[in-house]
Design a protein around this ligand. Structure first.
Ligand SMILES: Cc1cc2nc3c(=O)[nH]c(=O)nc-3n(C[C@H](O)[C@H](O)[C@H](O)COP(=O)(O)O)c2cc1C
Length: 178
């Protein structure tokens, strides 16, 4: 299947990218096509809330979201990859999610598979509570089918992350996809 990974970290060589690349490795080994989209450095403006799109029409903003939309609507699976920022997804990733507005209905009827890849400095057991709740709500609303979550607690630096169990967990999640 075709898997689109939305990478929402501004650090190209940071922990989010590290985990996402392990996931990609596993998924490619399992025979999937993986498209890694660095949405943090894409030219994507915030949703202006004008609703000229009517929730499923052309967006008035002409930017990199046109290509991101094309990739998502031709995919079988959508992966959200993000560092934890104040207990939610990064603003860079949320900006892209808000722009789903102009193809909301098209997305809902696709019934895409999905996954969440996230890293955080904290290692408390409640670290990902708010993010997981948001992700599960998106899964429900967008008719996604969750295939798994990698929640990298104690992954505050590249060193911490590369030594963590989450590297292998991300690889195994990619490899397990059918
Ligand atoms: C703006 C900002 C907010 C952050 N908020 C949190 C947080 O709420 N909880 C947490 O555990 N770590 C937080 N962190 C730490 C990052 O999630 C962590 O360092 C992560 O590994 C960064 O991933 P990256 O290497 O892909 O940038 C924050 C970091 C930044 C820069």
């Amino acid at each position: 299947m075709k898997i689109v990974v939305l990478i929402g970290s501004p650090n190209k060589n940071g922990s989010t990218n590290l985990i996402a690349r392990e996931f990609e490795k596993g998924a490619i080994e399992a025979g999937h096509q993986v498209v890694m989209l660095d949405v943090a450095h894409a030219n994507v403006g915030v949703c202006g809330g004008c609703v000229a799109c009517g929730y499923n029409g052309p967006c008035v903003k002409k930017d990199d979201m046109e290509n991101i939309k094309k990739e998502i609507l031709s995919a079988d699976m959508l992966v959200f990859a993000t560092p934890l920022y104040y207990y939610g997804m990064s603003a860079q990733l949320k900006t892209v999610v808000d722009r789903f507005c102009s193809f909301n209905s098209s997305l809902q009827i696709k019934h895409l598979k999905s996954a969440l890849l996230a890293v955080a400095w904290n290692s408390d057991d409640w670290t990902f509570e708010a993010l997981v709740s948001h992700y599960k709500t998106l899964v429900r609303y967008l008719n996604l089918s969750d295939q798994g979550m990698i929640l990298g607690r104690g992954c505050g630096t590249l060193g911490m992350t590369s030594r963590s169990v989450y590297m292998n967990k991300a690889y195994e999640l990619g490899k397990s996809l059918r």
